[in-house]
Design a protein around this ligand. Structure first.
Ligand code: NDP
Length: 306
């Protein structure tokens, strides 16, 4: 059976697209991914989503989005799309051996944390190296740790980690934070947080677990060792578009290119949220784009019938 719309990926964009397409009676199928809910599942307090004056926890918010999508009978599959073929209609998508066909597709696969890309970082991942303070912070009670990055994520992760760690170094490659003023102020004023400016990590030290970092000051070129037991990456994200490479147009960083509305280079395939947006990357903007994609898909499907 050919579906009217298949939504790939969850998160604020995907669930919002599901709510809208379901309420437009398009009977959406959502292939939500093995790690449902997207990046908000890895965050704590969301204080900037309108409508929650006291804030809300990220995972709780995503559970609410999901329930709302289910309330209007979205069929949700907790698996990953492994292959697509957008060369002819209906479009084809596979989850391993299972094939889905769809008149329209909405892609909302989001973005994932970036890594430094050094061998010692990969080797010690899960042994002191992490990209998720919310997931792993608990293991660093009374320990000294480092957060890498200078954006809102770095500030947020550093602040969160102060709940456990005895000290949090924030290692940033420049001498000024990119984070918003309010987050930067909170981090800079926190007595457990120490900034390490103009510095990059050259090596994560330790055989089985992290024992320190070899760091280099980019201004003085001085190399030193920082004795920490954990390293948390907060250096931005990369879009989850591997499976779409060669099937729709992507920019040079792998983000999906869309035209005037949310339509991709393939008519009938739409994109919403962080997978197509490296500028705003907020839950509210992703949700807004999910709504746009749903309306765009609905109108496009109408046009095909008339
Ligand atoms: P950003 O892209 O904003 O920041 C990434 C940081 O990592 C920058 O400071 C960058 O340095 C640094 N960096 C990048 N690559 C490297 C590297 N290879 N080595 C060392 N440092 C590196 O990403 P974020 O994840 O912080 O934020 C993304 C978006 O999400 C932003 O729009 C942000 O506002 C939003 N956000 C909002 C939150 C909130 O409002 N509560 C919480 C978290 C994120 P440089 O500055 O020199 O480029």
């Amino acid at each position: 059976m050919t579906e009217k719309v298949v939504i790939v990926g969850s998160g604020p964009a995907g669930y919002t697209a599901a709510i809208y397409t379901a309420r437009a009676d398009l009977k959406p199928v959502m292939i939500e991914g093995m790690e449902r809910g997207g990046q908000l599942m890895l965050t704590t307090d969301v204080e900037n989503y309108p409508g929650f004056p006291d804030g809300i926890m990220g995972p709780e918010m995503m559970e609410g989005f999901r329930k709302q999508a289910e309330r209007f009978n979205t069929r949700i599959m907790s698996s990953n799309v492994t292959k697509v073929d957008f060369s002819a209609r209906p479009f084809k998508l596979w989850v391993d051996e299972d094939e889905y066909t769809a008149d329209s597709v909405i892609i909302s696969t989001g973005a994932s944390a970036r890594w430094l890309g050094i061998e010692s970082e990969t080797r010690l991942r899960g042994h002191g190296v992490s990209a998720c303070a919310t997931c792993d912070g608990f293991f660093f009670r009374d320990k000294e740790i480092a957060v890498i990055g200078g954006g809102d994520s770095a500030a947020e992760e550093a602040l969160f980690l102060t709940k456990f760690a005895s000290k949090v170094y924030v290692i940033h490659r420049r001498d000024e934070l990119r984070a918003s003023k309010i987050m930067a102020k909170r981090a800079l004023e926190h007595d457990k947080i120490e900034m390490v400016w103009d510095t990059v990590v050259e090596e994560v030290l330790g055989d089985d677990v992290v024992t320190g970092l070899r760091i280099r000051n980019r201004v003085t070129d001085e190399v030193s060792e920082l004795p920490v037991e954990g390293m948390f990456l907060a250096i931005g994200h990369a879009p989850n578009t591997k499976v779409f490479e060669g099937h729709i147009d992507l920019d040079d960083k792998g983000y999906i290119l869309t035209g005037r509305n949310t339509m991709t280079s393939v008519p009938g395939v739409f994109a919403a949220g962080d997978v197509t947006d490296h500028v705003y990357r907020q839950a509210i903007t992703a949700a807004g784009m999910g709504c746009q994609a749903a309306i765009d898909a609905e109108r496009w499907l109408d046009e095909q019938e008339n």
